[in-house]
Design a binder for this molecule. Structure first.
Ligand SMILES: [Zn+2]
Length: 687
C-alpha cells in the first residue's frame, strides 16, 4: 500500500506545491475540455458556424458528428464550472434510439477516467483508523469516506468554527486568497464522517493533532466496472425496484458492530451508484424517465442539492449528472404537472441523427465492424466497395425532412455533407434547419427522425443471413435495398414514416445507379480516376471558354490546380455540347447559365480546397459518363449492349477485361464485379 503513509499535513503540503488539485467535478471537466485551444476548431455545419472539439475525435472508435450536442455540453460544463445555474442541473440527452447518445456519454466517461488517471489529477479521499480501544464500533477499525470526500473537505470541517478551519489551512502554508479560493468549494462532511469525527474528538478530549493522526489519505480508485469516478445506472421501473442501488441502505453487518443506533455509518452508501461517484465523478442515468417516481424523487434531490439523503441523514456529493431519454418518455413526463420540479432541473439537449452522409460512412464502418468477416461455411466474406456508400445514403436520406418547395432530398443530403447542390446554397439549408428548430414537437426538428445506427446494424445483419450472400461470399450492394426494406417493414410501426422511408429507398437506389455508371466507366477505361479526369476536362474547357483571351485556335493554357503547371488545352465544343445535351439543356440561354454556375463554383471552391474535383456534382458526373459511354463504344447499344450480349468473341474479351479491372483496381471480388455488371445491363438500371 503505497499510500499508507500520506498524512493530512503532507497531503496539504503537496497540494500547496501544486502536486494535487482541489477542484469540483465541473471544474475538472472544464479544464479537461478547454485546456488546449488547439483542440477547439471553428467549423461550418449545415450552414451554421459552430465549433468542433477535437478531443472527442481521438482514438480508433471516436465520436462522429454530434457537433451540436458537444457544443451544448461543453457550454453546460463551462457555465457550471463558472458557478452558473447549470451547477444545479442535469444534462439530459433526448432523442431516438441509436443516434449516439449513450456512446457520447460512454466516450466522455472514458475520456474523464483517463484525465483523472494523470498523477496531478488523481482524486484522493481519506480513511479513518479508529483507536483500538475506542468503543461503539465493535470490530470495525477502518472506515473509508463513503462518498470519497476530499481531504480538503475534511480540513474545512475539522473544527466547528469555520474561521478556525481557515486558520488551520493558513498554518499549513496557504495564504489568505488561496484559502478563500479553496473555500469556494466548501461543503459539509457527510453524516457519518462528521459523526465519527465527533467521536474521535471526544475520545482524544479535543486534541485535534491526535485526531488528525487517525486519518490516512488514499487514492480514489478509478474503475469503470465498479462504477467509481464514472458510473452508469440503468433505469429501474419494476414495482420491486427501490432506491438501494442508487443511494445504498442500512447494512445488517455494520449493525452487528455499531452500538449507537444514531450512528449514520450504519448505512452502507457504497451499495448505491451515487456514493461511488460522489468524489468528483460523473453519474450517467440511462433512460432516466423510465425510472419509478420515487427514484426520480431521489434524483431531484441529488441534482438540485447534490446530496444523498437517507432517513434525514445527508451526504453532500460532488457529481456531474448526465442522463438520456427518448422523446416519448419526456413528453409523458411533461404531461404530468407533478413532475415539473425535476423537469426544471434538466438541461435538455435534443440529439439529432447524423445527417452528413460522408461522416455516416465512418459510422457505417463502425457498424460493419473491423477485421475479416466469414460466411456460414467459414470462408472469407467480401464487402462490395459500394456497400458503405449505399448503406450510408439509405440511412442519411431517411433522416432528412421533406421540403419539396425549398430543397429536394438529394440537395439537402449534399448540402448537409458540405457539397455543392446545383444552384442551391447552403444558406437555404441553414434557413430550413432554423425554421424546423422552432417546431414545438421536437421530433419534427432537423434530423430527429430516421433510421438509426441500430437499424443500420440490422440491415447488415439481415443481409448476412441471405443465402446469396453466403453462396457468393460477398455482401453485394444491391442486396442492401432488400435488407433495408425488411428492416423498415419489421421495425417501423408508423405508416407515414414507413412510406417516407420506402420513398427514400427509391432515391437511394437512383443514386446507387448513378454511382454504378461511373464505376463501369472507370472499369471500362481501365483507370480508377478516368471519370474524374473527364469531369475536370469539361470544367476546364468551360472555364477556358469564358476567358477573354481565347484565340481562334481554341487552345487555351490553364493552370492545373494540382500540379500548378501551365498546360495547353484545346476546347472540344462537340464534347461540351454533348455533355450539356445529356443534361437536357436545349437553349443557348440554359447552357450559358449552367456554364456560369460551373465557373462560379470553380472560382469559389478552388480557393479553399485546391483538390476539389466536382465529383460531388452527381448530375454533371452522370452526364459526362453518359457522353463517354455513348461516344466511345461504337457498337449499337454501347457498353451495355456489349456486356449484355457476350456471344461474340470481342464482347467476351471486353467483359473479361472489365471484370479483371474491377477486381484488380477497383476493389471488387468476382461476385460483386459480375453482379454489378449484370445490374448495369438490366432494365432496372436503364429506367
Ligand atoms: Zn464482392
Amino acid at each position: 500500500m503505497q499510500n499508507k503513509n500520506i498524512t493530512i499535513d503532507s497531503y496539504l503540503k503537496e497540494l500547496k506545491e501544486g502536486k494535487h488539485k482541489f477542484e469540483n467535478a465541473f471544474e475538472l471537466l472544464a479544464h479537461m475540455l478547454f485546456n488546449n485551444s488547439n483542440f477547439i476548431k471553428p467549423i461550418l455545419v449545415n450552414g451554421r458556424n459552430t465549433y468542433d472539439f477535437l478531443q472527442f475525435r481521438m482514438g480508433k472508435k471516436h465520436i462522429i458528428g454530434l457537433f451540436e450536442v458537444i457544443n451544448k455540453f461543453v457550454a453546460f460544463i463551462k457555465d457550471a464550472a463558472e458557478n452558473g445555474e447549470s451547477k444545479e442541473m442535469a444534462f439530459v440527452l433526448v432523442g431516438e434510439p441509436g443516434n449516439g447518445k449513450t456512446f457520447f456519454v460512454d466516450y466522455l466517461s472514458s475520456m474523464y477516467r483517463k484525465y483523472i488517471a494523470i498523477p496531478e489529477n488523481n482524486k484522493y479521499t481519506f480513511r479513518i483508523n479508529l483507536p483500538a480501544d475506542m468503543e461503539g464500533y465493535g470490530k470495525i477499525r477502518e472506515i473509508e469516506s463513503e462518498t470519497f470526500e476530499d481531504p480538503v473537505i475534511l480540513m474545512m470541517n475539522l473544527y466547528e468554527d469555520i474561521e478556525q478551519n481557515k486558520e488551520q489551512l493558513s498554518k499549513t502554508g496557504f495564504i489568505d486568497t488561496e484559502v478563500e479560493k479553496l473555500f469556494k468549494n466548501y461543503r459539509p462532511l457527510g453524516a457519518d464522517t462528521e459523526f465519527i469525527l465527533r467521536d474521535l474528538k471526544n475520545y482524544y478530549e479535543g486534541d485535534i493533532e491526535k485526531v488528525k493522526e487517525c486519518f490516512d489519505i488514499v487514492k480514489v480508485p478509478i474503475s469503470e466496472t465498479q462504477g467509481t469516478i464514472t458510473g452508469k445506472y440503468p433505469a429501474k421501473d419494476k414495482l420491486t425496484s427501490s432506491g438501494v442501488d442508487l443511494v445504498g441502505e442500512e447494512s445488517i453487518q455494520r449493525l452487528l458492530h455499531i452500538t449507537n443506533s444514531n450512528n449514520p455509518y450504519r448505512f452502507d452508501l457504497r451499495r448505491g451508484a451515487l456514493a461511488r461517484v460522489g468524489g468528483g465523478g460523473i453519474h450517467f442515468a440511462d433512460e432516466i424517465f423510465k425510472n419509478k417516481t420515487d427514484l426520480l424523487k431521489i434524483y431531484l434531490g441529488v441534482v438540485q442539492n447534490r446530496v444523498i439523503e437517507i432517513d434525514a441523514f445527508k451526504w453532500p456529493i460532488d457529481t456531474v449528472i448526465i442522463a438520456t431519454s427518448n422523446n416519448a418518455d419526456v413528453q409523458n413526463y411533461r404531461a404530468n404537472d407533478e413532475e415539473k420540479p425535476i423537469l426544471d432541473r434538466c438541461k435538455f439537449c435534443y440529439v439529432a441523427h447524423n445527417t452528413n452522409y460522408k461522416l455516416q460512412e465512418e459510422l457505417t464502418r463502425y457498424a460493419l465492424g473491423e477485421g475479416d468477416k466469414t460466411t456460414f461455411m467459414g470462408e472469407k466474406l467480401h464487402i462490395d466497395p459500394n456497400l458503405s456508400y449505399t448503406l450510408s445514403v439509405i440511412v442519411t436520406l431517411s433522416r432528412l425532412p421533406r421540403s419539396d418547395d425549398k430543397l429536394t432530398p438529394v440537395e439537402m443530403m449534399k448540402l448537409s455533407a458540405g457539397e455543392v447542390a446545383g444552384e442551391k446554397s447552403v444558406k437555404t439549408l441553414a434557413e430550413l434547419v432554423d425554421q424546423l428548430e422552432h417546431e414545438s414537437d421536437t421530433t419534427k426538428r432537423f434530423g430527429q427522425k430516421g433510421l438509426g445506427q441500430r437499424d443500420l446494424a440490422r440491415m447488415i445483419n439481415t443481409q448476412r443471413s441471405y443465402a446469396e450472400t453466403n453462396e457468393g461470399k460477398c455482401m453485394f450492394s444491391l442486396n442492401v435495398f432488400k435488407a433495408a426494406e425488411e428492416v423498415i417493414l419489421d421495425y417501423v410501426q408508423d405508416n407515414t414514416e414507413r412510406a417516407k422511408y420506402f420513398d427514400d429507398l427509391k432515391i437511394a437506389k437512383d443514386l446507387y445507379r448513378k454511382r454504378i455508371r461511373t464505376e463501369m466507366f472507370n472499369a471500362f477505361m481501365d483507370e480508377p480516376e478516368a471519370i474524374k479526369k473527364d469531369v475536370m476536362m469539361y470544367v476546364n474547357m468551360i472555364v477556358g471558354m469564358g476567358r477573354s483571351d481565347l484565340g481562334p485556335d481554341k487552345i487555351i493554357t490553364y493552370r492545373d490546380p494540382q500540379t500548378k503547371k501551365m498546360q495547353p488545352i484545346k476546347i472540344d465544343e462537340r464534347f461540351v455540347n454533348a455533355v450539356e445535351s445529356e443534361l437536357e439543356m436545349k437553349t443557348q440561354e440554359q447552357k450559358e447559365s449552367f456554364r456560369g454556375q460551373i465557373r462560379k463554383i470553380y472560382a469559389q471552391r478552388l480557393q479553399t480546397d485546391k483538390n476539389y474535383d466536382f465529383m460531388d456534382n452527381v448530375d454533371l458526373v452522370k452526364a459526362v459518363t453518359d457522353t463517354r459511354l455513348n461516344s466511345d463504344i461504337a457498337s449499337a447499344g454501347g457498353l451495355v449492349g456489349a456486356l449484355a450480349n457476350r456471344t461474340n468473341e470481342d464482347n467476351e474479351k471486353l467483359y473479361n477485361r472489365i471484370v479483371t479491372t474491377m477486381k484488380n483496381k477497383l476493389g471488387y471480388c468476382t461476385t460483386c464485379a459480375q453482379k454489378t455488371i449484370e445490374f448495369f445491363c438490366t432494365q432496372d438500371h436503364q429506367s
